[in-house]
Design a protein around this ligand. Structure first.
Ligand SMILES: CC(=O)SCCNC(=O)CCNC(=O)[C@H](O)C(C)(C)COP(=O)(O)OP(=O)(O)OC[C@H]1O[C@@H](n2cnc3c(N)ncnc32)[C@H](O)[C@@H]1OP(=O)(O)O
Ligand SMILES: O=C([O-])CC(=O)C(=O)O
Length: 374
């Protein structure tokens, strides 16, 4: 048996959802640069689920379905008040709330493709409401009901703050949602596919994926980047902070990638938005720290920034709480997880690799009363 640590380079499935070829990322054949500049997040959701861009009427229908399904069962909002909400990480709350949603969905265990598509719409719509409602309830504020006349991006920011965002904030959030929507067989998507390949239900697949996204080597890195920027505090502290980290062989969050070698094509868009928004909101030091960190890490380690690096300063400048950065990643990535889950059901085979055994050789059972104390 040959073990490929971390399954690096292993091709574990076929998929028509997204591709990374020669450091170019496409969703169903569309370059993300093109989509980021031109599309709405709702169009991208449709693209990921159908592998084609929607017509005007198809887009209208999807928007209506998302709007109609955005509200949460009151019991889920009430449940938030039952745990020590100020101490709970919002990713843990999101993971739990998504699992609870299944308990309110009569179709949760109905496995036909139409029911699965309806569940996809419900989950896509409700994740944003969960994250925004949790963020408000923990501050003692009432949740803000979703508005059906706003774009997905604007409605999310509206539900978070209670104010309709300006065009710049809406555009930035729309782009960020597009850039995070899918990424081939990343760890959380693989987790979702492994889960539903047992023919478990869509809610189980998304709950499992949220758990995988939470870790700092994956989606959790954006919050970790913000923690680093906060610790550094100002541009003149960057050099000593980063050099010490690299000397101690510690990882600098937001850098490196398992697949990209020349660089993550999403980072340049987030970098541009970080520059613009940090200046506009009077916090240019967050961008200045970030570009100095990038210069040092790319110079010394040849590691370019990934999607999580500039998204941190960008979300910060939108006034978003730092521990919501990874939940917002999930609000977007659920579109990709759902596309992959539906694709997995369409052509399913149980995912079950092997392990090379490295434990003790054959042992003889000794009854407990005869075992020597150690
Ligand atoms: C949405 C996303 O999931 S994007 C990724 C988000 N995660 C992060 O930003 C966390 C920081 N980055 C990392 O931990 C890694 O680059 C990963 C996990 C993303 C991918 O890494 P892998 O392909 O598994 O590489 P691995 O962790 O084995 O590292 C290979 C070498 O590069 C070094 N390295 C990799 N990333 C970094 C980093 N961010 N900072 C410093 N050194 C790094 C490792 O220390 C290791 O060095 P060594 O060979 O001297 O021991
Ligand atoms: O693909 C990966 O390994 C991680 C990543 O960038 C993502 O999920 O967006």
């Amino acid at each position: 048996m040959t073990v490929t640590r971390g399954l690096e380079g292993v091709v574990a499935t076929s998929s028509s959802v997204s591709s990374i070829i020669d450091d170019t990322l496409t969703y169903a054949g569309y370059n993300i640069d093109d989509l980021t500049e031109n599309a709405s997040f709702e169009e991208v959701i449709y693209l990921l689920w159908h592998r084609q861009l929607p017509t005007v009427s198809q887009l209208k229908e999807l928007k209506q379905q998302l709007a109609e399904n955005a509200e949460l069962p009151q019991a889920i909002l009430d449940y938030f008040k039952m745990f020590p909400i100020e101490k709970v990480h919002p990713m843990a709350a999101l993971r739990t709330a998504v699992s609870q949603l299944a308990l309110f969905d009569e179709e949760a265990d109905i496995m036909d493709s139409e029911a699965n598509y309806r569940k996809a719409v419900r989950l896509q719509a409700k994740l944003a409401t969960i994250v925004a409602s949790f963020a408000r309830i923990r501050k003692g504020l009432n949740p803000v009901a979703p508005r059906t006349d706003l774009s997905f991006a604007a409605n999310f920011l509206y539900m978070l703050s209670g104010n309709v965002p300006d065009a710049i904030a809406e555009e930035a959030m729309n782009k960020a949602l597009i850039l995070h929507a899918d990424h081939e067989l990343n760890a959380s998507t693989f987790t979702a596919r492994v889960c539903v390949a047992t023919l478990s239900d869509v809610y189980s697949g998304i709950t499992a994926a949220i758990g995988a996204l939470k870790g700092p080597l994956h989606g959790g890195a954006n919050e970790a980047v913000m923690k680093m920027l906060t610790e550094i505090g100002s541009p003149e502290n960057v050099d000593s902070y980063i050099r010490e980290k690299l000397e101690k062989k510690e990882k600098v969050m937001g850098f490196g990638h398992r697949v990209y070698r020349q660089g993550d094509p999403r980072a340049k868009h987030l970098k541009q938005m970080s520059e613009k928004l940090t200046k506009l909101t009077g916090q240019p030091e967050y961008y200045e720290m970030s570009i100095r960190i990038e210069a040092l890490v790319t110079g010394e380690k040849k590691l370019p920034p990934n999607v999580d690096f500039y998204s941190a300063s960008m979300y910060h400048s939108l006034g978003i709480d730092h521990d919501l950065f990874t939940p917002i990643f999930a609000v977007s990535r659920v579109s990709g997880w759902l596309a992959h889950i539906l694709e997995q059901y369409d052509n399913n085979r149980l995912i079950r690799p092997r392990a090379e055994y490295t434990g003790p050789g054959m042992q003889v059972y000794v009854p407990v009363e005869k075992r020597e104390e150690v």
